[in-house]
Write a protein that binds this ligand. Structure first.
Ligand code: GLU
Length: 467
């Protein structure tokens, strides 16, 4: 299926749930690969042993699966590639593009302080950096070294960012990055470089919180003689209040949206619009997204999370579902509420509420009008609305209803109209007592349709009880 050299990756660190920003980055990388008939790689960056958890790995896989962002390759686990990372470090040490550094963290801190005091950029001072003709200090006994990358000191590193344009950083600004810790474990930035290289990633699309890593990663790739991928740094997502999107703004884990009753297709559509556009199109399918996806249409400024718009998009996708798809989505939610769905015309139930529902949860909640056991209306409501007069009118209505041959919402609406004109009354005078008697609630969707769904026997029984 893959027929081009375009290879993108999503490389989450499993330190928490898959959040909206991560899901959007995954979506852009996926859409870019699909657009170019390329390959989308999933790589779990689990080298931070303290912060990575198996639950977080699972949450990422679940989120990707829910959104149907299928990887063509992977998931690869960075930890399982430790041997390869160490091999590359050994090679760099041998070639002189990396070196052992025995300075302690305290010493490095002092170097930074004294550079700052001189008005210079706080940096490691290069004590252990080998240079032609330079004699290195004697190795302190028993001390384990870190490995540092020998960053170029001259010139600059520059790339044409797919979103931000040309970015140039003077090499003099960059430290000799630590690429292996004293225990020999490679550091984060280094693993990313080796993996992007080995996995032949052609386009790195990621959050712009990684932009500071890019010049360092490029320099290491160059030192390895590796081809450079293109980079695109996507601006972050802001909350409705303009602050960085966080837990304060409600659900941030992608799977919370599943729980709240959002459809994956709606989520994909909404997330895609959050930082990408195709003219004024607001609603588009996954296939259209793939067809249209172009990094030139990615927004250069931060996107703003808008829950109302997400609801609007979700409502659209709910409306577009077929009866059977809708049932598949909503039945489990009704059952989870203890609702019964046997002997009910469930498509008719859902169709009553479908046009106004913003989420599947709302729809399930509304459907409980029919699926929950009947609860008589509260005492005060009964006293207020089920008056002697009202009961007399209901009795007449019940009698005529019992004679109805076709128990349809049209026939029932017709009978309601007749009853109103017979008694010279307005709709609420029949509608409210009727609703209270039959559903226990004062407000429901169109009463004819509600009675039709509840069914003749039950309606007449409840009317009798109320009268
Ligand atoms: N693992 C990084 C993160 O989850 C992403 C690294 C990358 O995309 O280069 O933030």
């Amino acid at each position: 299926m893959t027929s081009s050299s375009v290879r993108t990756r999503f490389a989450p660190s499993p330190t928490g749930y898959l959040h909206l920003g991560g899901a959007r980055t995954a979506l852009f990388s996926w859409a870019f690969a699909r657009h170019h008939q390329g390959t989308f790689v999933l790589r779990i960056e689990d080298t931070d042993l303290e912060r990575s958890t198996p639950e977080a790995v699972q949450a990422i896989l679940d989120g990707m699966q829910w959104l149907s962002l299928e990887a063509d390759e992977g998931p690869f686990y960075q930890m399982q590639r430790a041997g390869r990372h160490k091999e590359v470090i050994a090679k760099m040490l041998a070639e002189g593009t990396a070196y052992y550094c025995y300075s302690t963290p305290e010493e490095v801190e002092q170097m930074r302080e004294s550079a700052k005091a001189k008005g210079l950029k706080p940096k490691y001072d290069g004590t252990w950096r080998p240079e032609p003709g330079k004699t290195l200090p004697p190795v302190p006994e028993g001390r384990k070294p870190v490995v540092r990358f020998k960053n170029p000191t001259e010139g600059a590193v520059s790339w044409d960012d797919m979103l931000k344009g040309t970015i140039t950083i003077e090499n003099a600004e960059l430290d000799d990055l630590i690429i292996a810790r004293p225990d020999g474990t490679p550091t984060y930035n280094f693993c990313v470089v080796v993996d992007d290289w080995d996995m032949q990633i052609s386009h790195v699309i990621r959050g712009d919180d990684h932009i500071n890593n890019t010049p360092r990663q490029i320099n290491i790739l160059k030192a390895l003689g590796a081809p450079l991928p293109e980079y695109g740094h996507v601006p972050m997502i802001l909350g409705p209040d303009g602050q960085k999107l966080s837990k304060r703004h409600g659900a941030v884990s992608i799977m919370d949206y599943e729980k709240q009753g959002y459809l994956p297709e709606a989520m994909i559509n909404y997330l895609a619009r959050l930082g990408w556009s195709h003219g004024d199109d607001e609603i588009f399918s996954r296939e259209q997204l793939v067809e249209w996806f172009d990094t030139r249409n990615l927004s250069k400024s931060a996107a703003q999370w808008d829950p109302k718009k997400l609801n609007w998009v979700n409502a659209h996708y709910i409306k577009a579902l077929s009866d059977s798809e809708l049932l598949d989505h909503v039945l489990p939610r009704i059952h989870a509420r203890g609702g019964h769905t046997q002997d009910l015309d469930m498509p008719a139930v859902l169709n009553l509420f479908k046009d106004r529902a913003e989420t599947l949860e709302q729809l399930a909640e509304n459907a409980m009008l029919f699926c929950a056991p009947f609860q008589p209306a509260a005492e005060e409501l009964q006293t207020q609305f089920l008056t002697e007069d009202a009961k007399r009118i209901l009795a007449g209505f019940a009698q005529n209803a019992s004679k109805l041959e076709a128990w349809t919402s049209e026939a029932l609406d017709e009978l309601i109209k007749q009853t109103l004109s017979e008694h010279g009354i307005k709709m609420p005078m029949l509608g409210i007592p009727l609703r209270l008697a039959v559903t226990g609630q004062k407000q429901t969707p169109s009463i004819g349709a509600v009675l039709a769904i509840i069914g003749k026997t039950t309606v007449l029984e409840r009317l009798q009880n109320a009268i």
